[in-house]
Design a protein around this ligand. Structure first.
Ligand SMILES: Cc1cc2nc3c(=O)[nH]c(=O)nc-3n(C[C@H](O)[C@H](O)[C@H](O)COP(=O)(O)OP(=O)(O)OC[C@H]3O[C@@H](n4cnc5c(N)ncnc54)[C@H](O)[C@@H]3O)c2cc1C
Length: 396
């Protein structure tokens, strides 16, 4: 372990959001003593994080650039009766690259194999008994399971594979729903990393969180076969169970975090309610924190909690869409909702992914006859009432 003692900012959790905050602070405020405390041996775990080029503002994209491992100018979606090439760029950051760039930049400010057993506004205590005091503390320890947020799941198993011959794909396929549907809305996601390698994920918008690993691996093999791609070897495997926000009470969610402690990432409920992407939010919050004048503990706690609260409230529309997808559509017809969405204009789709939909966009998404039960759709409209109904059903 490196230095211990008193720090200006202690960041709990060296995953995506904690690492971005620490790195951006180190760039913009080198005068500060920072500690990034991670229980694992490396930053970021085992992930490939992707985002649309229009998801983050230019000033954020600039400093994120060294982390971008793969970049494409186009992306594709496929449904049984339509496919579409979108002229929106797509970017991926691997956890390997995140670690390789950020860990050396932080040097001794990054603490590894450091399990936090206690966290408060004055610092963190590690399993070893060591104490790191902080003038400000940010909790970025990832997803917390409490009952304050009602979520569905986007779950997947992904394999980075090497093929015997070039696969011939130029662009990522971010949704291929031409495959058989099961366990909710199922699609395959493909990122062509090089001429002969790709990440293939078997993904489900499902009600339950359990993953059928063998089934997903078989789905990946069958998909490769359907293209005539012969897999030489599986380089790496990753899996994810991302929350899809249906409804909830963000104040109650944040109430679990001790008073005076800042919050970031999934811990703060910062993810796109319908897609589960959290990289754009993590980068935006890191940018905002590093640009703040007052970085006292009190100010960081107020800034980050206010940010989480504001973002949650702004995204009520996306939670409504999640409820329509998970509650008003039957699991086997969910794909039709997505197919319908992908007939809309590209700028609208871009703003949707960036969670920046305009009022006109929202109207456009909702008009027409969505492929869902009308009665159930009406029950979804009011978030609080919908939650109450769910609660009543679960206790009945
Ligand atoms: C495989 C996978 C792929 C994903 N792909 C995308 C994507 O393409 N695009 C996208 O936007 N989102 C994606 N997501 C969703 C989201 O971006 C990630 O879940 C993201 O990592 C969340 O960031 P975070 O910082 O909140 O949490 P995490 O990245 O999970 O970081 C939390 C960190 O805290 C550490 N920690 C936890 N408890 C302790 C403790 N007691 N002591 C010390 N350290 C602790 C953990 O080890 C971890 O490193 C993906 C998620 C997964 C799982």
């Amino acid at each position: 372990m490196a230095q211990s003692g008193l720090f200006d900012v202690v960041i709990a959790g060296g995953g995506l959001s904690g690492s971005l905050i620490a790195w951006r602070l180190a760039q913009v405020r080198p005068d500060l003593a920072i500690a990034l405390v991670e229980r694992g041996e490396r930053l970021g775990g085992n992930h490939t994080w992707s985002f649309h080029s229009t998801d983050v503002p230019a000033e954020v994209a600039t400093w994120l650039a060294p982390l971008v491992t793969y970049s494409w100018d186009r992306q594709e979606v496929r449904f049984p009766r339509q496919s579409r090439l979108l002229r929106t760029g797509y970017r991926s950051i691997t956890s390997e690259r995140l670690h390789d760039v950020i860990a050396p930049a932080l040097g001794e400010a990054a603490f590894f194999n450091a399990e936090i057993v206690n966290l408060s506004a004055s610092g963190v205590t590690l399993g070893s008994g060591e104490r790191l005091e902080g003038r400000a503390v940010i909790d970025a320890r990832g997803q917390r399971n409490n009952r304050a947020l009602t979520v569905g799941f986007q779950k997947f198993v992904g394999q980075e594979v090497e093929f015997e011959t070039p696969h011939g794909l130029r662009n990522p396929i971010i949704m291929d729903a031409t495959i058989s549907q099961s366990d909710g809305y199922r699609f395959i996601y493909v990122l062509p990393f090089s001429a002969t390698t790709a990440l293939i994920e078997d993904t489900y918008y499902a009600d339950g969180a359990s993953i059928d690993h063998e089934g997903a691996r078989r789905g990946i093999r069958e998909y490769a076969d359907s293209w005539g791609w012969r897999i030489k070897r599986v380089v790496r495997e990753e899996e994810g169970i991302l929350p899809i926000a249906l409804a909830g009470d963000i104040e109650a969610h944040l109430a679990d975090v001790p008073d005076g402690v800042g919050v970031a990432g999934l811990c703060a409920g910062l993810f796109h309610p319908l897609t589960g992407y959290s990289l754009p939010d993590a980068a935006r919050l890191a940018h905002r924190i590093a640009g703040a004048e007052d970085l006292s503990g009190k100010a960081i706690a107020a800034l980050t909690r206010g940010h989480a609260d504001e973002v949650w409230r702004e995204r009520a529309f996306f939670r409504l869409l999640s409820r329509l997808l998970y509650y008003a559509a039957t699991p086997s017809t969910r794909y039709k909702v997505l197919a319908r969405f992908y007939r809309l204009g590209e700028p609208l789709i871009e703003r949707f992914y960036a969670a920046q939909s305009t009022q006109a966009d929202k109207m456009r998404v909702l008009v027409g006859k969505p492929p869902v039960s009308f009665l159930r759709a009406m029950e979804c409209v009011d978030e609080d009432r919908w939650l109450e109904q769910c609660w009543n059903r679960s206790v009945a």
